[in-house]
Design a protein. Structure first.
Length: 186
């Protein structure tokens, strides 16, 4: 099995910052540093995203790709600000995004529409669109220990995402926002 030998995942944007000096805001974003630098989601506030990236020493022009989990504003709102600073980005968005939103992204970046599971880079895969009401993609990082999942809100449900990722390898970790877990508790 090909594994990710050297990968670093850092939470860039969250409503509960894990690192001193970071600002909080509604939404989520994390940076995956491997053979490519991938930003998964962008939070809702571009200025806050850039502030946190600066604190973490992340330069916007060093990001190769952005993977957007789903079209809710708290996961894609920072994208226009980022696109102002990096005009060579590849943006992987679910095919179910509105035609207007996809058109706006395509004006400023290389838009890659995602519908099915596929290999993105090295040992990093997208689940493709999962769910019925709110379609969402998650990332699967395939390593020697199994699969590690990165999810936006987990609208399709954690069970569905984990079940799907299990096809790639046994799941040993997950990071992201767990909307379905919150909804089942409340």
């Amino acid at each position: 099995m090909v594994g990710i030998v050297d990968v670093n995942i850092r939470i860039v944007y969250d409503n509960e910052p894990l690192k001193e000096g970071l600002k909080s805001g509604w939404g989520f974003s994390c940076l995956i540093e491997s053979e490519r630098t991938i930003l998964f989601d962008t939070g809702w506030d571009g200025a806050l995203l850039l502030y946190n990236m600066k604190v973490l020493g992340v330069k916007p022009d060093k990001i190769d790709a952005v993977v957007l989990s789903h079209s809710h504003w708290d996961h894609i709102g920072g994208l226009p600000t980022l696109l102002n600073l990096n005009d060579r980005l590849h943006v992987y968005a679910p095919q179910s995004f509105s035609t207007h939103l996809k058109g706006e992204i395509a004006k400023r970046a290389d838009l890659i529409e995602v519908s099915e599971s596929e290999k993105l880079f090295g040992a990093i895969y997208t689940t493709g669109e999962l769910g019925t009401e709110i379609k969402e993609q998650a990332l699967i990082l395939k390593g020697k220990e199994g699969s590690f999942i990165i999810t936006g809100c987990a609208h399709p449900g954690l069970k569905e995402i984990v079940r799907f990722a299990s096809n790639v390898g046994s799941v040993y970790g997950i990071v992201g926002v767990f909307t379905d877990l919150i909804n089942s508790i409340c």
